[in-house]
Ligand binder design. Structure first.
Ligand code: ZN
Length: 258
């Protein structure tokens, strides 16, 4: 039996990190996709940047008006239909389109329900760096009978990543002050069992400000998870958000204008 979302523990989405080779390929394809992804930095005359450093500073936004080619690698009819129904919420605000009937060999996004027990997605044009026979998005705990509210929370969140949104708790403009010792202890336990490095890169580490067009911290964002107060200095928990916040909507509208 699959693990279900525990009430007392956060079932958290894990960041997908590209390997070196994938990163370089994603960088080239990202710039080809959208000129705005070009790294912005001041270069000293005569000094070239290391390609891996450039890759870190490359943007991840799709071209405006882009039709994203999506395919399902597995899953039941019900699972697929529910994902489609909830994912399209973004389309009210973002000038992109979803084609859910794409051939795998031509796809940008590949969805699985059983790659592993977690839920995750690569971020924006990072998806382009992944081989066409691998999933780029996984829904490890969404079954036929999972309730609609949970579907909405998880599907809208993962599609947020696919469109280029990062986790709100890793917003480079800050927002949460962690009780770090407690954070490491908490995520080392069930259901995550993360190493110190996993916890650092999934929770504590902030993104580079160059890399993303981050807005200021939004406590109502669908990209924010609910964290217990014991993990946060001051002891105030973050909210469990089930729908797109006002700022999620305006942010994605700004990223993909009509
Ligand atoms: Zn996530």
């Amino acid at each position: 039996m699959k693990k279900k979302t525990g009430l007392s523990h956060i079932h958290m989405c894990v960041d997908r990190i590209l390997t070196g080779e994938q990163k370089l390929r994603a960088m080239q394809l990202s710039i080809k996709e959208n000129q705005k992804n070009q790294p912005v930095h001041k270069r000293l005359p005569g000094v070239s940047n290391h390609p891996m450093k450039m890759a870190l500073e490359t943007g991840k936004m799709w071209a405006k008006g882009r039709k994203l080619k999506i395919c399902f690698l597995d899953g039941s009819k019900i699972q697929k239909q529910k994902v489609k129904d909830h994912a399209t919420q973004w389309l009210k605000y973002a000038n992109v389109k979803f084609d859910f009937n794409a051939a795998r060999t031509k796809s940008d996004i590949r969805i699985s329900f059983k790659a592993d027990p977690g839920s995750w997605s690569y971020i924006g044009t990072d998806n382009l760096g992944i081989p066409k026979n691998e999933p780029t998005m996984n829904f490890g705990w969404l079954d036929d009978d999972t309730d609609d509210r949970e579907y909405n929370r998880v599907v809208v969140h993962e599609f947020g990543h696919a469109l280029g949104c990062i986790h709100e708790h890793q917003n480079p403009r800050g927002g949460i002050k962690w009780n770090e010792a407690k954070v490491y202890q908490y995520f080392a336990g069930p259901p995550n069992y993360w190493s110190k490095q996993d916890t650092y890169s999934n929770v504590i580490e902030k993104y580079s400000i160059n890399q993303l067009n981050a807005s200021t911290f939004d406590k109502k964002s669908i990209m924010l998870y609910s964290f217990p107060g014991e993990l946060i200095v001051g002891g105030k928990p973050t909210l469990m958000n089930y729908t797109l916040s006002t700022r999620d909507r305006s942010f994605i509208k700004k990223m993909y204008p009509a």
